[in-house]
Ligand binder design. Structure first.
Ligand code: SF4
Length: 206
């Protein structure tokens, strides 16, 4: 799997994934060591709740991958896959939360991380209608709202009551996209081409 992104000069960067938007304190310590040992002690927080470590030299690729594997740091895969599923703190922490958003994000990652797709795919989970995660800007958005409201490219599809149904719909959507989208075609363009009605009809019958 490719983990290193070419940057300016002869340097590369890696991104460390969060899990449901969370890192442990131990992971933060390891990221500090990673940046100080292999980079310039500098990190950047990405829009997808990852920690990016820049200024890595090519000769250190193996050492970086080994260090991360030994310190509980998962590196983002470069290319057309499900990107880090973003999440707010959800009901376990936030007083407004209606669903356990990090748990859902982790489960979707468990099901689909590193799967090869026609194009990158973005999913966000937000614990209530305040929508702090702006999940309507993702390919699939999940909102805690009297159940689990599912959005496709910002357009509301359905609200389901239980997690199992939520996962089966997310699975069906990703699998339909994986099977039918053209190479490089983003989900929004795919929906425009096949038609939202046709797509949702298929998803409902999965
Ligand atoms: S979306 Fe709701 S549950 Fe999530 S952080 Fe914002 S207010 Fe809290």
């Amino acid at each position: 799997m490719k983990h290193f992104v070419k940057q300016r000069g002869n340097f590369f960067g890696v991104r460390v994934k969060s899990s449901g938007g969370e890192f442990t304190a131990a992971q933060f310590g390891a990221i500090q060591t990673l940046a100080e040992t292999f980079g310039r002690g500098q990190v950047h927080v990405t829009s997808r709740q990852e920690i990016s470590v820049p200024f890595i030299a090519e000769e250190n690729f193996d050492a970086v991958e080994n260090f991360c594997a030994n310190h509980g740091l998962e590196l983002c895969t470069i290319g057309s896959t499900l990107k880090t599923v973003t999440s707010c703190q959800g009901r376990e922490v936030c007083r407004s939360g209606l669903i356990d958003a990090p748990k859902i994000a982790r489960e979707i990652e468990r099901r689909h991380a590193n799967k090869s797709l026609p194009a990158k795919f973005l999913i966000g989970v937000t614990g209530c209608p305040h929508n702090c995660m702006k999940v309507d800007t993702n390919d699939i958005g999940i909102v805690g709202a009297g159940g689990y409201k599912i959005l496709f490219c910002g357009r509301e599809f359905l609200t389901v009551r239980d997690e199992a149904t939520l996962y089966s719909i997310v699975d069906a959507a990703i699998n339909f996209f994986a099977t039918n989208a053209h190479n490089g075609e983003r989900f929004k363009k795919f929906l425009e081409r096949v038609g939202v009605d046709e797509f949702t009809k298929h998803i409902r019958h999965e």
